[in-house]
Design a protein around this ligand. Structure first.
Ligand code: PLP
Length: 311
């Protein structure tokens, strides 16, 4: 159970709370850590002896998977897109973990993964494949479980969160929360603030992940009903994935100074900035609002290095 607490009372009498998934106690935490725990449980139970995954050298997902593999002395193979790779704190850590990187262009990713898995099996190994970002039902399950933690908090502290905001990328995290909400038949808004994808694709992926998870649990729901539940906001992406802005830098500064919480420009600070704008633009008043801090602390330090050079 990660810490959840009151952050501040906003104008319009909203109460803002935060759930610190960045404080999960493994490899700097975050949503990728919550998901990876489920994958590594399966790895241990299935007797797999190496791990293959996909993502960039600055990815939170790859850092955590590499770290958890290294701590179990399992070789970790990462297929990474060829473009931009300035060193980051994540990439430096992955060097330390001795992960095996293969850099390929995006259209070669699928075939490269297939070939690597085949080769490893031919060598008598038993590889375990984790989809990029921890996408898939086990990743979704991690945030169904997180939703249950939120329910427990509400029960214990006699509070109801009217809205839950989070940074949404591949949409797995949001899908888990939405499935949790549907399973519990709760009424509230779960608002994914997109950090990259535009609609309709962004929302569609959340829908597909939710549908697939519920189906695997034998829960029947129509896609149009599910469609009504999903709020995937694509208004605050700025110039695209990883692109920063002055407002986002302002958030990084003020959240660190006022609350002692690190946020990064790619995910959490971008989503938090989007949330604040959404609250104003939609004239939200008198609500209890929960922001889920999805992690990415090493990226905060990349931002700090950059901001240091500006100020
Ligand atoms: C990957 C990531 C997200 C997005 O999670 P998805 O499940 O891909 O939507 C949000 N925040 C951080 C810090 C991440 O690393």
């Amino acid at each position: 159970m990660t810490p959840l607490y009151f952050l501040f009372g906003d104008i319009n009498k909203n109460n803002i709370y935060i759930k610190r998934d960045d404080l999960l106690p493994i490899s700097f935490g975050g949503n990728k850590a919550r998901k990876a725990v489920n994958f590594f449980r399966e790895i241990e139970q299935g007797g797999f002896d190496c791990v293959v995954t996909y993502g960039s050298s600055s990815s939170n997902h790859c850092r955590i998977v590499s770290n958890m593999a290294a701590s179990r002395k399992l070789p970790c193979y990462i297929i990474a897109p060829k473009e931009s790779s300035l060193p980051t704190f994540n990439s430096k850590m992955m060097e330390l973990f001795d992960s095996h990187f293969t850099f390929v262009s995006v259209n070669e990713v699928h075939d490269t993964i297939e070939r690597l898995l085949t080769t490893l099996k031919e060598e008598g190994k038993k590889p375990y494949f984790i989809a990029g970002g921890g996408h898939g039902n086990l990743g979704t399950q991690a945030y169904v479980d997180c939703y249950e933690e939120i329910k427990e908090y509400e029960h214990e502290y006699k509070i109801h969160f009217d809205s839950i905001f989070l940074a949404s990328g591949t949409g797995t995290t949001q899908a888990g929360l939405i499935c949790g909400q549907l399973i519990n038949q709760d009424i509230r808004k779960i608002i994914g603030v997109s950090i990259a994808r535009k609609n309709p694709r962004g929302k569609q992926v959340v829908l597909d992940s939710s549908y697939e998870y519920l189906e695997s649990k034998g829960i029947q729901i129509s896609k149009s009903l599910l469609d009504n539940e999903i709020i995937f906001v694509d208004d605050y992406i700025g110039l695209g994935y990883g692109m920063k802005s002055q407002n986002i830098d302002y958030t990084i500064n003020s959240v660190l100074i006022n609350f002692g919480i690190p946020m990064d420009s790619t995910y959490t600070a971008k989503a938090y900035t989007g949330m604040m704008r959404y609250i104003k633009e939609n004239n939200i008043k008198g609500e209890n609002i929960l922001f889920i801090h999805t992690g990415g602390t090493p990226l905060f330090f990349d931002d700090l290095m950059r901001l240091e050079n500006i100020i």
